[in-house]
Write a protein that binds this ligand. Structure first.
Ligand code: ADP
Ligand code: MG
Length: 417
């Protein structure tokens, strides 16, 4: 069990730069998910940590020791690859014992450790089977047991569940969570499945094109995506929109309402707070209150969406940019991208509508998912908007229903284009 620290890792293959300065800290005993589209560099990071590839620059530290120059077998890292690569002619027990044999662990210790780890992964009964006699999920457990039996300081998993069908995959996710809890080993898992990352990890790291886009807890990653790319990858719908000063508020814009951020403020591009979030004294605040803005998006008009920026990492001041731009052009407004969480959208029959509705829409489709239902609507010829409702709240709605759409501003994020 050990903390893993990557500093400024970069790697090129020929003229192609695959990793562009990766910094990452994985606390001891925690579970980190590396998420990103195919080709973003996930496997390359694992391979460098495992010692299969060498970084061009940067350092790797595991539990206080540098891994520089150490061959893979001396890093004490357990690895499970996408293809389990079990030895077909060896039994389950012998597959698992393989790493212990090559480390010259005494035979009695081998037997004890193999039995323990078989128990941990729930395969106690199947020790004598050959891999071909196992299901995909069971083979995956063997691969996991083989990686864990050496009592690694670090466990690396490369898309370990991607070859499994949906049902088995769900079961194995729960198993992986339990095994991680029980073994307590620091774990880095590569996946391109955001649900898998959100359900398993303490920390999610989203990569794109060899760069970290955001590194956060699953909940923050979903609720506070740093950019439209992150929102999209997290499954949050986003649309082009226009933010302008509301007709009624227009007269109030001007001197006295603008608050400029302190010079010490460092603001992250795309760091946008929702209406429900608390503001610190030094946060940049846009020139008017959220109630004075209208966000026109997907054929709807929303008020109450905050566009200020909290302290962040880099230099852009999106909140103030938007605020200043709106002041300059209160009527035409500013072009933005708005992400809207499906669960922030509520839909109800037009005759039962609350007064706060953002606009009227038509139901295009309803997808029943058991306890929840996705109601897909469109307003005024705009794009489709997904609303995630409890099924019972969708009763009575059907294709073609006229509905009123309300959107909780706390589920909306806005970025200047
Ligand atoms: P991911 O696991 O996120 O899908 P990889 O780390 O496997 O991505 O690959 C990142 C990029 O590096 C891809 O463009 C891939 O083609 C390239 N790449 C990976 N390994 C090699 C290699 N050994 N030689 C040349 N290019 C490679
Ligand atoms: Mg890969």
């Amino acid at each position: 069990m050990s903390r893993l620290t990557l500093s400024s890792l970069s790697k090129s293959f020929g003229s192609k730069t695959v990793l562009k300065g990766i910094d990452l800290e994985v606390p001891e005993g925690s579970f980190c998910a590396l998420l990103g589209p195919s080709g973003s560099g996930k496997t390359t990071i694992l391979n460098i940590v495992a010692g299969i590839e060498t970084a061009d620059t940067g350092t790797i530290d595991l539990g206080g020791r540098s891994l520089k120059g150490l061959p893979p077998e001396r890093r004490n890292i357990g690895v499970v690859f996408q293809s389990y690569a079990l030895f077909p002619h060896l039994s389950v027990a012998d597959n698992i014992a393989f790493g212990l044999k090559s480390r010259k662990v005494p035979r009695a210790d081998q037997r004890r450790k193999v039995a323990e780890v078989l128990d941990l992964v729930g395969l106690g009964e199947l020790a004598d089977r050959k891999p071909a006699q196992l299901s995909g999920g069971q083979q995956q457990r063997v691969a996991l047991a083989r990686a864990l039996v050496i009592e690694p300081d670090l466990l690396l998993l490369d898309e370990p569940l991607s070859a499994l069908d949906r049902k088995v995959r769900g079961d194995m996710q729960a198993e992986l969570a339990r095994i991680h809890r029980e073994a307590g080993v620091t774990t880095v898992m590569v996946t391109h499945d955001q649900e898998e990352a959100l359900s398993l990890a303490d920390q999610v790291v989203l990569l794109n094109d060899g760069e970290i886009q955001q590194r956060d807890t699953p909940e923050r990653m979903y609720r506070n995506p740093a950019s439209p790319f992150v929102a999209g990858f997290m499954g949050v719908q986003h649309f082009p929109g226009v933010l302008r000063v509301a007709e009624a508020a227009g007269a109030g814009v001007g001197a006295g309402k603008t608050s400029v951020p302190a010079a010490s403020d460092v603001l992250g591009a795309g760091d946008v707070l929702g209406a429900g979030d608390a503001l610190g004294a030094s946060d940049a605040v846009t020139s008017t209150s959220p109630q004075d803005h209208v966000l026109e998006v997907a054929g709807l008009a929303l008020t109450g969406v905050d566009i200020h920026v909290p302290g962040g990492a880099s230099s852009a001041t999106i909140g103030t940019t938007i605020g200043t731009a709106i002041d300059a052009a209160p009527r035409t407004g500013v072009n933005v991208t708005a992400a809207i969480a499906a669960e922030a959208v509520s839909v109800c029959a037009a005759d039962a509508a609350p007064t706060s509705a953002a606009g009227r829409a038509t139901v295009d489709r309803i997808v029943f998912l058991g306890p929840t239902a996705e109601v897909i609507v469109s307003a005024n010829g705009g794009p489709e908007i997904r609303a995630l409702l409890l099924s019972r709240d969708a009763v009575g709605l059907h294709e073609g229903s006229e509905v009123e759409v309300s959107i909780d501003p706390a589920g909306v994020r806005v970025w200047a284009n």
